[in-house]
Design a protein around this ligand. Structure first.
Ligand SMILES: Cc1cc2nc3c(=O)[nH]c(=O)nc-3n(C[C@H](O)[C@H](O)[C@H](O)COP(=O)(O)O)c2cc1C
Length: 298
C-alpha cells in the first residue's frame, strides 16, 4: 500500500493520515495497538479505564507492545478534576505523544503537553470554540461535522472544513461520516490534514463493542440514526433501535450507564458492510483513497 501523508501526519509520524477516534466505553488498548500496526493513530478516552490505576495499566500494556504514536482523549469538562489531574500526569509519565481534548478549556493541558513535546488536537463543532482552542495554543482543530458518531455538530463538512480553515492558522482534522477512502479524499480536498474515524471502527474485530452493537452498525443505515439531546443533555447521534421511547435529559453520572445501553453511531453506518480487523479496514481505506485520486486525475 502506497503511503500518503500531510504535514500534520508527518509531524505525528504516521504512515497514513488517519485516526481511529476515541469512543466512550468501546475504544480500548487493543485498538490502539492494532491501529499502530496498521500505520494510523489509535486512541481511547482515558475514562475507558474505570480508575487511574487501570488507566496506568493500559498505558504500560500499550507501551510494552508498540513504540509507535498513539493518542489519549481527555474529556475535560466531563471528568472529575482529581481524575483529570491523575490522567494528565500519567500521560506525561508515559509520554503519550498526542492528547485529543474535548468538552472544555484545553489551556492547562496544552502547557503540560508542549512542555514535553506532545501534540494537542482539540475537538469542536463550531468556529467560536475553534478560535478559543487556537488561542489556548492547540496544534490542530478536530472539526466534528453533522452526522458524526458521538456528540456531533450540525454543520455539513462541505461548509465546516473550509469555514474553519478560512479563520484558523492551525491544521484542521475532518471528523464525521468517514467510512472509507473516498471520503478521506473528499475531506483532504477540503483541506483537512487527518481523517478522524469513529463509527467505521465500531465494526472492527478489535473494538470493545458487543457483537450485537457491531451487527447493528453493519445492518443500519443513516435512517436508523437519531440526533438528540435527550440521552445526556448534549446533542449526539444514536442508533434508533436502542433508544427508549421517552428519555429525560440527564447530565448525571448515570448518563454513563445510558451510553452502555443506548448505542451511538454516525450516519456513516450506511457505508459499513462488515466487521473486519482494523488492519483490513485501513488497507481498504488506503486503496479507496488512491482509487479516488486516480479517478480525479484521470
Ligand atoms: C460510540 C461513540 C463514542 C464516542 N465517545 C467519544 C468520547 O468519549 N470522546 C470524544 O472526544 N469523542 C467521542 N466520540 C466521537 C469520536 O471521537 C469521533 O469524533 C466521531 O466518531 C467521528 O465521526 P464518525 O463516527 O462519523 O466517524 C464518540 C463516537 C462514538 C461513535
Amino acid at each position: 500500500m502506497t503511503a500518503f501523508s500531510t504535514p500534520l501526519s508527518r509531524k505525528l509520524g504516521l504512515t497514513y493520515p488517519i485516526v481511529a477516534a476515541p469512543m466512550f466505553l468501546i475504544s480500548n488498548k487493543e485498538m490502539i495497538v492494532a491501529a499502530a500496526e496498521a500505520g494510523i493513530l489509535g486512541s481511547m478516552p482515558s475514562l475507558n479505564a474505570r480508575t487511574a490505576e487501570a488507566f496506568e495499566a493500559d498505558l504500560q500494556w500499550i507501551r510494552s507492545r508498540t513504540d509507535r504514536p498513539f493518542g489519549i482523549n481527555l474529556t475535560i469538562g466531563l471528568t472529575d478534576p482529581e481524575r483529570l489531574r491523575q490522567d494528565v500526569a500519567l500521560c506525561s509519565a508515559y509520554e503519550v505523544p498526542v492528547l485529543l481534548t474535548s468538552y472544555g478549556d484545553p489551556t492547562a493541558l496544552v502547557q503540560e503537553a508542549h512542555g514535553r513535546g506532545a501534540t494537542v488536537l482539540h475537538d469542536v463543532i463550531h468556529l467560536k470554540h475553534a478560535l478559543k482552542a487556537q488561542a489556548a495554543g492547540v496544534d490542530g482543530i478536530i472539526a466534528v461535522s453533522q452526522g458524526a458518531g458521538g456528540h456531533a455538530g450540525q454543520v455539513n463538512p462541505y461548509v465546516l472544513l473550509p469555514w474553519l480553515r478560512r479563520h484558523l492558522q492551525v491544521p484542521v482534522v475532518a471528523a464525521g461520516c468517514i467510512s472509507g477512502g473516498e471520503q478521506i479524499a473528499a475531506a483532504f480536498a477540503l483541506g483537512a490534514e487527518l481523517a478522524y474515524v469513529g463509527t467505521r471502527f465500531i465494526a472492527s474485530a478489535e473494538c470493545g463493542a458487543s457483537a450485537d452493537y457491531k451487527a447493528l452498525v453493519v445492518s443500519s443505515s443513516h435512517e436508523d440514526v437519531v440526533y438528540t439531546d435527550r440521552v445526556s443533555g448534549v446533542h449526539a447521534n444514536f442508533l434508533k433501535a436502542t433508544l427508549p421511547d421517552e428519555t429525560a435529559p440527564d447530565r448525571s453520572p448515570a448518563a454513563a450507564k445510558r451510553w452502555r445501553d443506548i448505542w451511538s453511531a454516525g450516519q456513516g453506518v450506511t457505508l459499513i458492510e462488515e466487521v473486519k480487523p482494523m488492519g483490513e479496514i485501513v488497507e481498504a481505506m488506503v486503496r479507496e483513497y488512491h482509487d479516488a485520486r486516480a479517478r480525479l486525475s484521470g
